[in-house]
Write a protein that binds this ligand. Sequence first.
Ligand SMILES: NC(=O)c1ccc[n+]([C@@H]2O[C@H](COP(=O)([O-])OP(=O)(O)OC[C@H]3O[C@@H](n4cnc5c(N)ncnc54)[C@H](OP(=O)(O)O)[C@@H]3O)[C@@H](O)[C@H]2O)c1
Length: 334
Amino acid sequence: MAKKIKIVIVGYGNVGRGVRTVIEATQDMELCGIVSRGVPRVKKEVGEDIPVMNVADIELWIRELQPDVAILCGGSSTDLPVQGPELAAHLSTVDSFDNHGEIANYFTKMNETAKKAHTIAVVSTGWDPGIFSLERVLASSFLPDAKAYGFYGLDESGGLSMGHSDAIRRIPGVKDARQYTHAKPTTVDKVRSGENPTLSPGDMHWRECFIVLEDGADASAVEQTVKNMPNYFAPFQTVVNFISQEELDRDFSGLPHGGCVIAAGTAADGSSSKIEYHCSWGSNPVATASVLVAHARAVMRLKNEGKSGAFTILDIPPAYLSAFSQEELLKKFM
Ligand SMILES: NC(=O)c1ccc[n+]([C@@H]2O[C@H](COP(=O)([O-])OP(=O)(O)OC[C@H]3O[C@@H](n4cnc5c(N)ncnc54)[C@H](OP(=O)(O)O)[C@@H]3O)[C@@H](O)[C@H]2O)c1
């Protein structure tokens, strides 16, 4: 059997846990360790079987763990902009940087660093950005006259947005929170009909929040802070529900999410045409992790070709993500 790809997880939160779960179920990879800023916290959670080291001791953990690829699971707002370039200067990386407006700048920085260090940096992969980015590009290539739209939270219960939940938890007076995004069905229908409407974010989705307050916190102040939060909530119709910790733990413990990319319009001969791609995930972090882990495989294939620099899902042949050989792919999927 071929040598397994050795993965180090950088940062241990929801996505980090997901990456561990996915690697443990994957035949061609092994987890060689976790590096974190909170070594005692992570050791307490994972026990003695997995080496846990301080992320700051880069040279030490690279020497001891000998990873082929680092999967970066830190947050996009403040962790990845620092950790990404720092680590790409030492080893090949995969990350899910999802600050959409900043992706081009982040890519440039990672590309310069990785080219200099002769490493590979796969940036901004996951499901969005990631597979939905790929689907938008495919749709706009095959149906150039149609706009490609992304909708999230198509089920009645919506989809859990981890970034928005985190933003609410940072408000003073909030003990815990979950935020569910809901697509607006009438807008989805309009897009499906091929109208190609011009839409604002608030036309496409609404947001539902379930918040547990600290003792004595001012509910109406928290509600106003949520509803007026720029970018996150201000452009949307937002419903705030206050509930107890018991209710949150009992009724909202899962991390489901999903959505679709739709492009509908006319093809070159005027015939009406539609492309749709759907995802429905029982766990947002495990979904994201599944995509990250597949990209670690692509990193090894790119490395073996002598490549270096930054890549997105758009730059990587799908065959490089697959655990199947070319021969198997031709037989099974073509
Ligand atoms: N592209 C996509 O489709 C996609 C989808 C989902 C998420 N994401 C991205 O993934 C990023 C990570 O998401 P996440 O849900 O894993 O974030 P998270 O749970 O908040 O973890 C982020 C980091 O915070 C630290 N941390 C986690 N739990 C902690 C705790 N209890 N105490 C102290 N520190 C803790 C960890 O770093 P240390 O171990 O170093 O302390 C961890 O790497 C998000 O920011 C988002 O940008 C992308």
